[in-house]
Design a protein around this ligand. Structure first.
Ligand SMILES: [Ca+2]
Ligand SMILES: [Ca+2]
Length: 262
């Protein structure tokens, strides 16, 4: 009798399990709402396979023919733009300048897919992450970066700063915002702790593994309060102001993007 009950229970469990399996097969999960980012992750490594191979040069595909690219860039406070590991443009106002808000426009040849890297820095007086130290304006300054890339010959837009950029923060300060209220703020002491990391090796190369990097955080102009130079450029609506997750305490960032042939 005991054996019969056990057998019945096992049979019941199998039937319930089978029912669930059949049910899941009948209703496959919809994939129409798959996030855009997931598509980008799939596309990028696939397209990169052909980068810098000689076979591309003999192909009928025109991706290996350079085009003239115009980059328009604005940073609070400083940037350096690289194409792979070649420096294209460094902000003409040094990061040691307390109030440096200026846009830059640069034109250069490049071939698809274009792998861009930027170093972004918010001005800090020292590792406390503060500015105007010792004055009644002592504060944690904020950052912000926006850029757009166009085909200089046709005027067609080929890339913008948006959430598809991947970034990592390598300088964060202060670690506690009450540092800004310290009478004598000292870097590394009390609320004025900081995190400073070296640049990862080879991070500018297309082969670098950026899987641990974050999607750039988007900010609007009201949040950043863009200053001098920003209005010198007609920004396309698709171009967004990007930074790390914390506009104030993220002080140095590295960001990357690949622009593919439209
Ligand atoms: Ca700033
Ligand atoms: Ca800052």
């Amino acid at each position: 009798m005991k054996l019969q009950i056990t057998t019945l229970l096992v049979l019941a469990c199998i039937l319930v399990g089978c029912g669930r399996l059949i049910g899941s097969n009948q209703q496959p999960p919809p994939d129409k709402n798959r996030p855009k980012v997931a598509t980008a992750v799939i596309v990028m490594p696939t397209t990169r396979v052909g980068v810098n191979t000689n076979s591309n040069k003999n192909s009928t595909d025109n991706t290996s023919i350079p085009i003239n690219v115009k980059a328009e860039l604005w940073a609070d406070n400083w940037f350096a733009l690289y194409l792979d590991d070649t420096l294209i443009k460094e902000d003409s106002v040094p990061i040691t300048t307390e109030r440096s808000f200026n846009s830059e426009t640069v034109t250069f040849p490049a071939t698809y897919p274009m792998h861009f890297n930027v170093i972004l820095k918010d001005y800090i007086q020292n590792d406390t992450g503060l500015e105007y130290i010792g004055t009644d304006r002592q504060q944690i300054g904020d950052g912000g970066f926006i850029g757009q890339f166009t085909n200089a010959d046709t005027g067609a837009m080929i890339g913008v700063t948006n959430e598809w950029w991947k970034c990592t923060v390598i300088h964060t300060a202060p670690l506690d915002n009450t540092c800004a209220a310290e009478v004598n703020p000292i870097a590394g002491q009390g609320p004025c702790g900081f995190t400073a990391l070296p640049e990862p090796t080879d991070w500018k190369l297309p082969t670098f593994d950026e899987s641990s990097w974050l999607a750039a955080t988007l900010f609007n102009a009201d949040q950043v309060g863009p200053k001098e130079g920003y209005n010198d450029i007609t920004w396309q609506p698709e171009a967004k102001i990007i930074w790390g997750p914390d506009l104030k305490t993220n002080n140095t960032l590295l960001c990357r993007v690949t622009i593919f042939k439209p």
